[in-house]
Design a protein. Sequence first.
Length: 363
Amino acid sequence: MKHLDVTNLTKSFDPTSAPAVDNVGFQLEQGEILGLLGPSGCGKTTTLRMIAGFEKPDTGEILIDGSDVTGLPPEKRRIGFVFQDYALFPNRTVLNNVIFALHRKRRSVRTERARELLEMVGLTREADRMPFELSGGQQQRVALARTLAADPALILLDEPFSNLDAALREATRRDVRTLLKCAEMSAILVTHDQEEALSFCDTVGVMHAGAIEQIGTPETIYLEPETSFVAQFLGRANLMRGHARGSVAETDLGTIPITPNAEGPVLVSLRPEHIALETTGSSPSAAEIVSREFRGHDLTYRVRFNRSEYVVHTEFTRDLPPGSVVRLAPRRPAVVLRETGLCRRSSTGVGAIAEIPRWIPLR
Ligand code: ADP
Ligand code: MG
């Protein structure tokens, strides 16, 4: 039995347009952190609100430890919610914010338990301060302590780090992940930030237009995307058309290894850091560096070859000026995506591949 089992969740706000959440299903183990990752408006918050009980699904079921909570009000579900804006009581001290959430516990144990929780989130010394005296990251940790105080079976976090500036965001998300893991707490994190989802979650569901397009470990969704949307939402991707013959495909880049094996017309994805730049004398397979962008930890090049342009990331030691003649060498097999001219239908009856340019830049 899974800790959380969500099946066929669907929600329409407007009957004339596509559902905000369309047949979403996934499962969660006790202690697992799941991410729902996708662009703004793809249905992440609505999914979370249905699980919490703030929104009633049109169809679908939500089971917690095997019992159906779909019809229960939020307070009967043992689910904690952490929002982007912390939602602390501004006129109560940090300690009293946490104590407030312990109202179901006996009065005599409340203070002690609240202090334990503050210790757990590393805020012992801030107990008597007011929320406005704390940094955003500290406030978010108070919010987490308060949520943990209610002893939930599951915690839902909706973009909890997006109000924090970059440096604090990374540290806070590391702290919060450690805390959730120490407490063996199951959680769902909603975010539009791919790096956050990859680093914070054990499993990530990539959402697109109300549906989960792919779900898997961070490594799987990044390294083995199934669709061009997933390939491009998780980072940059060089998309190429080709003709597959088993473990290789003929593409504009030459005959390159692919995974999984395929036959016939394919669309494949190769990440910029999975292409090496080899310096070469002028050879028939020569490509030319069009531009170079220094990014501190790595370098981003645009490289022209056979009338197409490719994005390539190399480590900082591989510093080549624009105009350099190079050879493009895949370091990993290109990943075969689900949409090919053969298997995906579009409304015109023609494969969607005709609409996909050879190289699609992201953002
Ligand atoms: P996300 O959290 O991924 O940005 P949401 O779940 O908030 O997306 O929204 C999904 C879609 O549902 C959007 O098109 C949004 O406008 C719509 N929507 C969300 N909540 C409501 C609501 N209460 N009434 C009408 N439309 C809504
Ligand atoms: Mg949202």
